[in-house]
Design a protein around this ligand. Structure first.
Ligand code: DGI
Ligand code: FE
Ligand code: FE
Length: 189
C-alpha cells in the first residue's frame, strides 16, 4: 500500500489534529528508521496506522477485546490502552495489512513490551518525540533518539511510568516489561 492511499484511509478515521499528529509521527519514524536500519516502508505504514482505532467508541473496543484473541486483562486497565491492540486487529481486518511486524508495532505503540523489535521502538519513540509533543523531559529524549535508540525508549518508558505514578494511575504490565527489559540493555551499554 502506498503512503497516499494509507493516509487517505486514516484521515477518514481521525480528527484533523490527530491526523496532523499522525503525519508528524510518520515523518519522525521514517528518519529514525533510516538512522537505525529499519525497513522504511514498514515504519511508514506502522506510523500512519498507529492511532487508527483512537476514536472507536469505548464499547466497540471492549467488544473487540472480549470477542477476539486480544488479551482480556486490557479490560482491567484504562481504555486509553485499548486503541493500540484494537487498532492492530482492525488494520488487519479492515485495511488488509497482514505484515506481523507492522501489526505488532501498532499493537504495542502505547505501552511497549518485553523484547521490543527495532520497528516497535521506532514507532513507540516517534509517537513520543514527534515535534508536537510537549511532555516534561521530552527534549532530552529527542536528543537521545539520534544517538541511542534503546536509551531513548528507556527514557520515554521511565517518564511515562513516573507520570502515571504521579497521577496515582495503574500501570499496565507491558509498560513495566518494556522499562525493565530496556533497563538491562541500557546498563549493558
Ligand atoms: O495515542 P497517543 O495520544 O498519540 O499516545 P499513546 O498511544 O502513547 O497514549 C498515551 C496515553 O497512554 C497517555 O495518556 C499515557 C497512557 N499510558 C501509557 N502507558 C500506560 C498508560 N496509561 C495507563 N493507565 N497505564 C499504562 O501503562
Ligand atoms: Fe496512540
Ligand atoms: Fe499517537
Amino acid at each position: 500500500m502506498d503512503r497516499n492511499e494509507a493516509l487517505a484511509i486514516v484521515q477518514s478515521k481521525l480528527k484533523q489534529s490527530r491526523y496532523e499528529h499522525t503525519i508528524r509521527v510518520m515523518e519522525t519514524a521514517i528518519e529514525l528508521a533510516k538512522k537505525y536500519n529499519v525497513h522504511v516502508k514498514k515504519a511508514e505504514l506502522a506510523a500512519i496506522f498507529h492511532d487508527y482505532a483512537k476514536y472507536r467508541p469505548k464499547e466497540e473496543m471492549r467488544r473487540w477485546i472480549e470477542s477476539t484473541y486480544l488479551p482480556k486483562d486490557l479490560l482491567q486497565y484504562h481504555h486509553e490502552l485499548w486503541h493500540g491492540p484494537v487498532g492492530a486487529l482492525l488494520v488487519e481486518r479492515e485495511v488488509g495489512i497482514e505484515d506481523r511486524e507492522i501489526l505488532e508495532a501498532i499493537h504495542f505503540h502505547t505501552t511497549g513490551r518485553i523484547h521490543m523489535t527495532t520497528l516497535d521502538k521506532v514507532v513507540y519513540l516517534a509517537d513520543y518525540i514527534e515535534p508536537g509533543r510537549k511532555f516534561p523531559g521530552v527534549e532530552l529524549v529527542r536528543e537521545s533518539a539520534w544517538e541511542d535508540l534503546d536509551r531513548a525508549c528507556w527514557m520515554a518508558a521511565r517518564n511515562t511510568i513516573s507520570f502515571l505514578m504521579s497521577k496515582n494511575q495503574p500501570i499496565f504490565p507491558d509498560t513495566f516489561h518494556a522499562y525493565n527489559d530496556l533497563t538491562k540493555k541500557v546498563r549493558a551499554n
